[in-house]
Design a protein around this ligand. Structure first.
Ligand code: EPZ
Length: 422
């Protein structure tokens, strides 16, 4: 298992590109199942999650051609040969559950493994299933699998989600594109990923309005066709490198970065005393010497502060001049980075969904362990500001969502390397 070693103390300077968005790309790949014509995606990130989902889609009969070294993929689901998504892949990647809506929408039938819990929380799928049931699917559960069936097709209806769910909104939206009549999704997710999925589906011939707001209306069509779609920049990768610059100090331009993707983070970083400016090529982040100011943050669905940047923000607050409160409202167990940060000298008190972080002047390098994707990267960020060496083990989590993190940070001046255990 690989580890990443960071020696802290270097400022970051230069520019790096922001990759295509993982969570958008995964849902766009699932949407390829909705048509028998090829869907071409460009600006695809080179990540293990993308490779895992590709394996699942191939097992269903989708042919996948990789172009430009994997930066573009052509997905051709002309013949769906199997409608069963097996546990051995779904358990590795929860986003695989998003083949459910497209499969039921197009084939009238799907058998998809329940994903099970994961490190950051229970992550139920009841909202996905309730939405499909409201559209006329019969749902049953057996042997750990969801069996969904709508032999005469789904029908449009009004669905009000009791809580905002990105995945359930996206599953329902995909299914509704081929349903009979009009579906209205209320309290829908407003995440840029969901809007990007709607844009791609529209390019495939779907009739969708209101994506990006909390009410999405989908008029079902007979069939969808192929298209070419560019994956939007990854707002979480963007935000991670913005925070990295705040932690280490320096000046970094993030090519393709856009403020509207990271509005809540930009506001919080500015309150912490970090400069953010829009440039022709993207977003520039700058921090001169001096301590960071403490900022309170509460995670919320978009456009609120994203849960996927909470761990990284905690790393920043660990070196603030004062006390900040971080509140996690999306997932029930997303502070696993806190004990590891404490091993590096951070002063953090976790009570339920709240973490009180009292900044220290300097963190100290230590061996630490990654527990999930965003927690892993927060430890690397903390290592950038720590005295001495930080060794982050179990970095396979990191490779699910960050392309060559050591190369990107290394190119900005960080002392960082990956070592493979023999
Ligand atoms: C997506 O997960 C992202 N994953 C997550 O990114 C992200 O943290 C999350 O949205 C929130 O922004 C992908 O897009 C692949 P939800 P998702 O359904 O769709 C509860 C990362 O690090 N809920 O919006 O699974 C759920 O338990 C990952 O890249 C139900 O109760 O999240 C959670 O508390 C991690 N029942 C809340 O809703 C349901 O049926 C929001 O979850 C569905 C969700």
């Amino acid at each position: 298992m690989d580890s990443i070693i960071v020696k802290g103390g270097n400022r970051l300077t230069g520019e790096i590109p922001v990759a295509g968005a993982k969570n958008t790309c995964l849902k766009l790949m699932c949407a390829a199942l909705l048509t028998d014509e090829p869907l071409t995606l460009t600006n695809v990130p080179l990540l293990s999650d993308v490779a895992t989902l590709a394996l699942l889609l191939e097992s269903l009969g989708c042919e996948i051609a990789r172009l430009q070294g994997g930066r573009a993929v052509v997905l051709n689901a002309a013949d769906i040969v199997d409608q069963k998504a097996h546990y051995d892949i779904v358990r590795k990647l929860r986003a695989s559950f998003n083949v459910l809506g497209p499969l039921v929408g197009r084939c009238g039938e799907a058998v998809v493994s329940l994903p099970g819990g994961c490190a950051i929380g229970a992550r139920k799928v009841d909202l996905h299933l309730a939405a499909l049931e409201e559209m006329g699917a019969t749902i049953s559960l057996s042997d750990g699998y969801v069996h969904a069936s709508a032999p005469n097709g789904l029908r449009g209806t009004e669905i009000e989600f009791p809580t905002v769910s990105v995945g359930a909104t996206e599953n329902a939206m995909c299914a509704a594109t081929l349903a009979k009549g009009t579906t209205v999704l209320r309290n829908a997710a407003r995440e840029p990923d969901t809007k990007a999925l709607a844009d791609c589906l529209t390019g495939m011939g779907a009739r969708i309005s209101g994506a990006g707001t909390s009410t999405i209306t989908i008029d079902g069509v007979e069939r969808l066709h192929g298209t070419t779609h560019r994956v939007i920049p990854d707002r979480i990768e963007l935000g991670t490198y913005m925070i990295a610059t705040g932690v280490a100090g320096g000046e970094v331009e993030l090519i393709d970065g856009r403020r509207e993707l990271v509005g809540a983070l930009s506001d919080a970083m500015e309150r912490a005393g970090i400069e953010i400016s829009e440039t022709e090529k993207g977003l520039k982040v700058r921090r001169d010497g001096g301590r960071i100011l403490p900022v309170d943050v509460r995670t919320e669905p978009f456009p609120g502060f994203p849960t996927d940047l909470q761990a990284q923000m905690m790393a920043l607050m660990c070196i603030a001049d004062g006390t900040s409160m971080l509140e996690e409202t999306i997932f029930e167990n997303r502070f696993m980075h806190a004990p590891e940060l404490i091993r590096m000298g951070a002063n953090i008190d976790v009570h339920g969904g709240q973490a009180k972080v009292t900044g220290v002047e300097r963190l100290k390098g230590a061996p630490v362990m990654a527990t999930d994707l965003r927690a892993s990267v927060s430890l690397i960020l903390a290592g950038l500001a720590a005295e001495g060496e930080t060794v982050v083990s179990r970095v396979y989590h990191l490779d699910r969502g960050y392309e060559h993190v050591e190369d990107k940070l290394g190119s900005l001046g960080a002392t960082i390397e990956r070592v493979s255990a023999t």
